[in-house]
Design a protein around this ligand. Structure first.
Ligand code: SF4
Ligand code: SF4
Length: 315
């Protein structure tokens, strides 16, 4: 196997090698809603879910105050759908970041991003992950707004990085596309497609040539992001630089391993229900104000987002 370059080592640190004690007690993958203005062919939400009217389970103030009541410091990964479309999203972020930490997964298309960068404390934002979603971007606002918004985050001191889901249709002209973004100041990290797509299953059905190109551009992106990632005390929970080494051949299955989910990690769904991880194990509700945190790690029985599995599995 090829020895990783220093830049690759800086951008992909296995969680088993991270000894940092973070300033938060527990992390939540908070799916605020399924709604999004984009219609990416590879999205795990179906068209009805993407077009769903957003219904909030409680006021933003009530949602935010729940976390105070737990007596814990939280790292809340805000995702969707497109989280910037959530009613009161800026107020939610402003409230949460007074004591807690947030990270955001966004398509960076929202006009609210400028106000976010002007009113939210970057010290309490662990990262902003901007997904380019090229096909939909071409149909919507084009590249300009994405680049402008990534730059707004960057210039305001937010730890921002950008990725591109490697839709098989992108490969033939990917080099030109990658360079055009890079020339305008945004370096894209290739991210593996996961799940069924046009009769194939990814990442398993990437060809060898596609994998080679993926890794070549992941290496170029690592050169760009090495200093930024090396300055972090721990990797971002959702780190597209993990995809090359870990997720480019198959989607791993963690069932049967011990995991800190329920104690160090939970998932919050759009109706505010808090799950240990998958949908069968309800342990709280943000809107109803209750949370039965698990005392100890337990065996994984779910197949969810592998970034969190890598972080919270106990080896
Ligand atoms: S931007 Fe994200 S949430 Fe929206 S359709 Fe695309 S993959 Fe789905
Ligand atoms: S290993 Fe992954 S899927 Fe399993 S409980 Fe932990 S976080 Fe959830």
């Amino acid at each position: 196997m090829r020895t990783p370059t220093p830049a690759e080592r800086a951008t992909f640190v296995p969680w088993s090698e991270v000894s940092y004690e973070p300033p938060y007690d527990i992390e939540a993958d908070w799916v605020l809603m399924s709604t999004c203005a984009y219609r990416c062919a590879y999205c795990f939400w179906d068209v009805d879910a993407l077009g769903a009217k957003i219904s909030t389970p409680a006021t933003v103030d009530r949602l935010a105050s729940f976390f105070e009541g737990t007596g814990l410091v939280w790292l809340l990964h805000l995702t969707g759908g497109e989280p910037f479309m959530y009613p009161g999203f800026l107020r939610l972020c402003q409230s949460l970041t007074r004591r807690h930490y947030i990270s955001i997964n966004t398509n960076a298309d929202s006009p609210r991003i400028r106000a976010f960068t002007e009113t939210v404390d970057p010290e309490h934002v662990d990262f902003v992950h901007c997904g380019v979603h090229e096909e939909q971007r071409a149909l919507k606002s084009g590249r300009g707004r994405f680049i402008e918004n990534v730059m707004l985050f960057k210039n305001a001191g937010f730890p921002v990085f950008a990725s591109v889901v490697m839709d098989p249709r992108l490969f033939p002209t990917f080099g030109e596309m990658w360079q055009e973004y890079a020339d305008r100041g945004v370096t894209l990290i290739p991210k593996a497609l996961r799940g069924p797509y046009e009769g194939r299953t990814y990442p398993r059905d990437y060809t060898d040539d596609q994998r080679r190109l993926f890794l070549a551009y992941a290496r170029r992106a690592a050169d760009h992001y090495a200093t930024q990632f090396a300055a972090r005390k721990e990797p971002p929970s959702v780190n597209p630089f993990m995809d090359g080494p870990l997720f480019l051949h198959d989607r791993p299955d963690y069932r049967g391993v011990m995991c800190g989910a329920g104690h160090r990690f939970v998932r919050i769904m759009p109706d505010a229900a808090i799950y240990r991880c998958g949908p069968a194990d309800l342990i709280g509700n943000v809107a109803e104000g209750w949370f039965e945190r698990r005392e100890d790690p337990s065996v994984c029985v779910d197949k969810e987002c592998p970034y969190f599995c890598e972080k919270y599995k106990i080896t």
